[in-house]
Structure formats: C-alpha cells, structure tokens
Design a protein around this ligand. Structure first.
Ligand code: 13P
Length: 265
C-alpha cells in the first residue's frame, strides 16, 4: 500500500493532565478550531485520562464530533482481581477506538515489559479496538548506536501472536524517549529512517501487505512548527502529540498541518 493511501492519524495524549471539566473545555475549543473539512484528510484521536473518558465520549456523541476517542493504557485481562486496573472491555463499552500500549512512561516508570505490551496488544485487538504501540530508544541507546536493535526488538515482541491482518491494522508510534517533553525532536530524516525500519520489520514478521497498511506515527516534542516536515516523510503517517495537544490552538494547527507553512506555524 503506497504512503498516500494510508490515512494520517494525529493523536493527542494528554497524559495525567486535565480533569474531566477541563477535558470538556479543551474538546469544545478544538471543535471550534477544527472544521469538518479537516477530517476529510486526517483522523484525530484524543486520549484523555481514564476519569475523563465518559465525559468526552458523551460530548463527542451528543455533538456528533469526528474525534475518535482514545485511552492511554489498559490491562491485558478482560476482568479479574486486578485492583486499580482498567479492563479493555470497559473501554470498548465507552466506544474507545484507540488504546496507547507500552508508552515509554509506562515502560520506564511502571515496569511494563515487552511481554506485557504483547499481551495488551492482544487484549486491545480482542476487544475490537486499535492499539497504538509505542516504541523508542533512550539517549544512551541512541548514542551507543543501538536504536534499530531496540526498536526492532520492541516491534517484534508487540507483533508476537498477531496475524498478518492484525499486524496491518496496528498503529506503531516511534517515540524516541530523549525527545519526549524535552523540546528536542528527532530530525525528520532520523524519524523517517526509524519509521522505515519499523515498516520493514512488519514486512518480515507479517507480510508486505501488512507493512503497507500499518500506520506509523512519530512522537516527541511535536509542534505546529515541526509537523509538516515530519508528515512529508514517506514512512511517517501521523503523530502522537503530548504537551502540544493540551493547547487547543496549537493542536488544531498540528491537525491542519497541510494548511500551514512551518515558518508561519
Ligand atoms: P511530548 O509531545 O510532550 O514530547 O510527548 C510525546 C508523547 O509522549 C506522546 O505520547
């Protein structure tokens, strides 16, 4: 599948920011800034904290908004004695479409392993949602020249047990850890190089068709001023945006990257 047939996906990961009142305000402001036409060419998912999801769902459905609802994490089991965890079944009941799996903050701060990520990918797929699987290297790994090894290993683990069709339905987010929340962005050509390697890993693990279909996002300090060049790369199909997605005006400009020149963004 050539790059131009993959629908771009811009995702806003709010992390642990915005209570449910604030979340409603952000979505309302975004609704004024992002028009129906914008959704003709791009998919947009919003990933509020769990406690906001019901409020955002209600707003999206009441006003027939085109934002897709997302979550930031879930457990790999559908139910059971897992105090404090959130079942993928519950997310599916809230009409969540995309679930971020294996974000580097989950991996680094909460001990999520490649095996846990693999099980969560399976759980999200089992519940008819789309996983956004995060992969990426630390600064030490980049400096040691092991970026490709790390990222390939993470992709390999995440795809274990996926059929080729399932592999093709995934979203993979390449988020170099050193670029998250730091204001440092990978250059567009570095992002392209790693995203291309992810796509060829999917080709070798699943199929050429799956590799052509899988959508690969870049994440790490994405701003309105950097999105256009990133999106011009043949293997970058979208962005996973943290800080800049909390500001409706900035996030709207990211969604509308086609309309703005980097210099005016
Ligand atoms: P920032 O855009 O704040 O760097 O966060 C990126 C990220 O982790 C999105 O998941």
């Amino acid at each position: 599948m050539p790059a131009e047939t993959r629908r771009p996906l811009i995702s806003g990961n709010w992390k642990m920011n915005q209570n449910h009142y604030e979340a409603i305000q952000v979505v309302q402001k975004l609704t004024y800034l992002v028009g129906k036409d914008d959704f003709e060419t791009v998919d947009v998912s919003l990933h509020p904290p769990f406690t906001d999801i019901r409020s955002v769902q209600t707003l999206i459905e009441a006003d027939d908004l085109r934002f897709a609802l997302g979550a930031q994490n879930c457990h790999s089991e559908d139910k059971g004695a897992f105090t404090g965890e959130v079942s993928p079944v519950f997310l599916q009941k809230l009409n969540v479409s995309y679930v971020i799996v294996g974000h580097s903050e989950r991996r680094e701060l909460f001990g999520e392993t490649d095996a846990m990520v693999r099980d969560k990918v399976a759980a999200v797929l089992r519940n008819k949602m789309t996983p956004i699987v995060c992969v990426g290297e630390t600064l030490e790994e980049r400096e040691a020249g092991t970026t490709m090894d790390k990222v390939t290993k993470q992709v390999r683990a995440a795809l274990e047990g996926c059929s080729p069709a399932q592999a093709g339905s995934l979203v993979v987010a390449y988020e170099p850890i050193w670029a998250i929340g730091t204001g440092r962005t990978a250059t567009a050509s570095d992002a392209q190089e790693v995203c291309a390697a992810i796509r060829s890993t999917v080709a070798s693990l699943a199929s050429a068709e799956a590799a052509g279909a899988v959508r690969i996002q870049y994440g790490g300090s994405v701003k309105a001023g950097t999105i256009k060049e990133l999106m011009a790369q043949p293997d970058v199909d979208g962005a996973l945006v943290g800080g800049a997605s909390l500001d409706p005006e900035e996030f709207a400009r990211i969604i509308q990257y086609r309309l703005h020149e980097p210099s005016e963004a």
